[in-house]
Design a protein around this ligand. Sequence first.
Ligand code: PA5
Length: 448
Amino acid sequence: MKNIQVDIKNALPFIGKDNFEKYEKLVKVQNKNLMNKTGKGNDFLGWLNLPEAIPQNLIDDINVTAKKLKEKSEVIVVVGIGGSYLGAKAVIESLNDNFHQYKHDTKKNRILFAGQNLSEDYHSELLEYLKDKPFSIIVISKSGTTTEPAIAFRLLRKNLEDKVGKAEASKRIVAITDASKGALRNLADQEGYKSFVIDDDIGGRYSVLTPVGLLPIACSGHNIQNLIDGAVSMLKLSQDGNFNTNPVYQYSAIRHALYCKNKTTEILANYNPKLNFISEWWKQLFGESEGKENKGIFTASVSFTTDLHSLGQYIQEGLRNIFETVISVEKTKSNLQITSDEDNFDKLNYLANKKIGHINKMAELGATLAHLDGNVPNIRITIPEINEFYIGQLLYFFEKSCAISGYLLGINPFNQPGVEAYKKNMFALLEKPGFEEETNNIRKRINK
Ligand code: PA5
């Protein structure tokens, strides 16, 4: 059986083979710290053995809950932000048909997302869309107090209660939150919502394999058992003691080695737009985990070939502080060839009978070589095909690589103290009770 592979041969020349060899020891030390729970943030390691530890009755409960929600509704609105949003969105988008939204047979059980922004237009247009449709809500917040999802949930809950009555609404709302703390837990208990718990030792961006990700993914009709099986298989692969064949060792070591050579921006590239939200999830995972103490690789993403016609120019000739990590999908789901044309006005007959996937592969190879010529190191992550199993492998591969990368950097990859700064200012500006002093200070600051 094939697995995800990491190829660093086009990055090694930027480090030097001898220089890279010293990373074997460094990575193994950090892996030990992680596995023995002796590193920073060791109270947030619930995700580490999670794939193997998910109880069967939880998986069954998630599948039964998804079925019930689907029976009751045409649309399921998933409310959450950050780690309580991106994992589910990434997996669903990667597995769905590109034109899922427009297909008649999938009109039922559409999954929409809310609570991930504060746009008035977004919320108002969402409520307008839901006006004549039976819908359900999955509200996700570990803390139970995050402003964006709280606002979206308040609007949606009122709308649902007005439409179907409080009793029926409470059957169409599922809450995923802390076991005992937070406003959402209190509300869920008081209203009798079906609820799932996010364990204390699993942070938001590492929570995709908890009900946070699994329930919305199950609602979208994808097989969560296969996703978990993929993660389990990567968990095992990541225990390989051989530095040269362990994908997690290779990726975390090479990106840290590149960072030490002033390659401070990593661009995650794909050649399949279904993976665009995997990139969004990845950006959060690594960016929020590593960007601390004035250190960390800045995470960016591109979707090729689309962005070869935009950011491709920067990658080729801009500041040389970047490296590229390409997610390369080996096998396409479809089989579509270029047809031959008698007139050949478009001069494309040289491509006749070639698969589009082959042309895409040549674009990938051509771009990689061009970027290498432009001094952009390249890491290649090959995934055999896009399905639940390999997406599960990919998720766990990135999670564990992120933890080891963070430890190599010397930071705690499991907290996010920096996200509080904007909240304090926003609460001060909105005159939230308890923020009176901050309100006075910020007023003085902006009225200067
Ligand atoms: O990774 C994280 O911890 C964050 O991105 C959180 O997921 C995000 O801030 C949402 O938090 P909560 O689930 O508490 O609403």
